[in-house]
Design a binder for this molecule. Structure first.
Ligand code: NAD
Ligand code: WQD
Length: 342
């Protein structure tokens, strides 16, 4: 019998790639999303790639009784992967209540139902943003968390704490995955980042500039004390990141997790600067990118990248894709998404 997994935020960027990875690894998947930042047509691409029609619920997780219908329909859900959240740092500064309500209330509801319906494993999308303005990298999971730079970041810190406290005296086990900078798209070019809100992250800004959706782009600061003056991040391919979720579930299902809640970094383990990312894009595509250098973006951390040795040792996870793969797949997806190729 296949184990059944509920994926929240499943039509979103990382959720949809994870659904594919789960199906490819023998799991049954149920998807819920309210479509606030994605479209359910993503599941058509999932069907094309995997041959599987994933049951879909168009539900806002802030509605407890509607969310419960999913659990009533699928009494055999054994794992929950909770991606659903609002994720724009800037918007969270403007609308903190919206972010706290959406990200915390949805988490409380799904956590409550997961416990009531005796789910075994709960995986939570956390973020390297919980580490705040770190002074040194690589950061491992024991690095003390600092003040969050935004209400969005705070929802991730609170979310982690809510899970840690709630699961202390329960049978359900949880894993908090702290993602670094997810990027790239599915190698089929049928699936990638397709937000309803304008893209703000570096890689989609690059591809949208190159395709002409944007007239140009700005590098936010080249006066940092880094090797070329621009900020350094750890860019992790979305397919690699997705597989970490499958391994995290399996780790709990196989009874390997001893503590109630464990935490793992998911990154590539080294940093690239903004200018190096642009260079990689230009090398892979043969295009010249129209960019200018502008002032620093407030709130940006100078440099952060992961130590993922815990995920490697415990989950058996490691990245297989590099920055060139990120650029190749992100660009192929941009061409398809913009209707330049089929
Ligand atoms: P995404 O916006 O593509 O996916 C999130 C999905 O959740 C969207 O499809 C949205 O419609 C849905 N959603 C939001 N609120 C909901 C609600 N109340 N009820 C039902 N559905 C709801 O974002 P993503 O990049 O795939 O991120 C997935 C998760 O990973 C999020 O929790 C995000 O905070 C976290 N994360 C993302 C990044 C990143 O850079 N992409 C980095 C670290 C952590
Ligand atoms: C990367 C680098 C920018 C756009 C954010 C969230 C974090 C996490 C991941 C969810 C930075 C530079 C960017 C542009 C630029 N998300 N940049 N010009 O800020 O590392 O992290 O996404 O949890 O919480 O804060 O990612 O892609 O926005 O920026 O120069 O037009 O690219 O300054 O150095 P960031 P990003």
């Amino acid at each position: 019998m296949k184990q059944k997994v509920l994926v929240t935020g499943g039509t979103g960027y990382i959720g949809s790639h994870t659904i594919i990875d789960l199906i490819e690894n023998g799991y049954d998947v149920v998807c819920v999303d309210n479509g606030i930042n994605s479209d359910k047509s993503v599941l058509n691409a999932v069907k094309e790639i995997t041959g599987v029609t994933v049951p879909y619920y168009h539900i806002d997780l802030c509605d407890l009784s509607l969310t419960e219908t999913i659990f009533k329909d699928h009494l055999d859900i054994q794992g929950v992967i909770h991606f659903a959240a609002l994720k724009s740092v800037g918007e969270s500064v403007e609308k903190p209540v919206l972010y706290f309500r959406n990200n915390i209330e949805s988490l409380l509801n799904i956590l409550d139902l997961s416990l009531q319906y005796e789910v075994k494993a709960f995986i939570f999308s956390s973020s390297c943003t919980v580490y705040g303005d770190v002074q040194r990298s690589p950061v491992d999971e024991n690095t003390p968390l600092q003040e969050a730079a935004s209400p969005y970041g705070r929802t991730k810190q609170i979310g982690e704490q809510v899970i840690l406290d709630t699961l202390k005296n329960n049978k359900m086990k949880s894993i908090l995955l702290r993602y670094f900078n997810p990027a790239g798209a599915h190698p089929s070019a049928k699936l990638g980042e397709a937000p309803n809100n304008p893209a703000l992250n570096l890689v989609p800004v690059i591809t949208e500039t190159a395709i002409g959706k944007r007239a140009g782009m700005t590098v936010f600061g080249t006066d940092y004390p880094t090797r070329d003056g621009s900020c350094i991040r750890d860019y992790i391919h979305v397919v690699d990141l997705s597989h970490a979720h499958t391994l995290a579930l399996k780790y709990i299902f196989d009874g390997k997790q001893k503590v109630s809640t464990d935490v793992f970094n998911v990154g590539i383990g080294s940093g690239l600067s903004v200018l190096e990312i642009i260079e990689a894009f230009e090398k892979v595509t043969g295009l010249r990118l129209n960019y200018e250098v502008g002032p620093r973006r407030p709130g940006d951390v100078m440099a952060i990248f992961s130590d993922y040795s815990k995920a490697k040792k415990e989950l058996g996870w490691q990245p297989n894709y590099d920055v060139n793969d990120i650029m190749k797949t992100a660009w192929a997806w941009e061409l398809v998404r913009s209707g330049k190729i089929n």
